[in-house]
Ligand binder design. Structure first.
Ligand SMILES: [Zn+2]
Length: 238
């Protein structure tokens, strides 16, 4: 896939993956029907052999690529303020490196070739020392809901996700899918690409329809669907 020219792209990822479940499977059905690669952000601490076998099955049975990434370690809150976070400068480099390495080893052992060493921080929170620990752990890149002024790193490409379509006030609900589409198209216009992070566990019947219609519209707008790994590799080489 040539990503050099100004072809608009969208990457879709599913968060908080522990194996396979009914709702996750339905999201994957919608993505597969549109030829969209499936990026699963797996929580290492929640993945056992059974869950790993389910993910291997998904990889084998889908007509689109199904690849797994590392979503935190145990998805535990270590925050010291009102917002939740698992990683951040307040935990220090060494402890974060320990968590990142343990998570990466676990996923490598259970998932083998369907694991790509890309990281996504739970609750989209991280610090400069997190990026240093990511490099030291041998992870190749990160995807995160991007905020202007957030830390970056010369050797760890960051795939900037542009939108969380969920309103997390309790109970969590999806924003309207037309708002999500508008936001994605705006991000594409501003920067050529956009990332959509999905939480299958908060999706209801109308959200599967909404996701399907959103992907239809993006298709009509000539969007292409690269794999995250290809974008990271391209940026590491440039
Ligand atoms: Zn999460």
């Amino acid at each position: 896939m040539n990503l050099d020219h100004a072809e608009p792209w969208v990457i879709v990822r599913l968060d908080d993956v522990q194996g396979q479940c009914h709702k996750q499977s339905r999201v994957c059905d919608v993505l597969e029907a549109h030829g969209v690669p499936i990026h699963l952000e797996v929580i290492p601490g929640d993945l056992d052999e059974r869950g790993a076998a389910e993910l291997h099955r998904e990889h084998t049975r889908r007509s689109v690529p199904v690849m797994c990434h590392q979503h935190g370690y145990r998805h535990t809150n270590h925050g010291t303020d009102a917002k939740r976070c698992e990683f951040g400068d307040h935990r220090g480099f060494e402890v974060q490196l320990e968590d990142l390495s343990a998570g990466k080893n676990h996923l490598t052992n259970l998932l083998g070739e369907i694991f790509e060493p890309l990281f996504s921080p739970p609750w989209d929170r991280y610090g400069e020392t997190t990026l240093e620990a990511i490099e030291a752990a041998g992870l190749q890149g990160m995807s995160v809901l991007w905020k202007d002024g957030a830390p970056s790193h010369p050797r760890i490409p960051i795939i900037r996700f542009t939108l969380d379509p969920v309103n997390w006030s309790r109970p969590p609900t999806h924003r309207s899918w037309s708002e999500t589409l508008e936001n994605l198209l705006r991000s594409i216009q501003d920067g050529n690409g956009a990332g959509l992070q999905l939480h299958h566990e908060v999706m209801e019947e109308h959200d599967f329809v909404g996701l399907n219609e959103t992907l239809d519209e993006l298709d009509k707008n000539g969007v292409c669907w690269p794999m995250m790994k290809d974008l990271v590799t391209k940026r590491r080489e440039s």
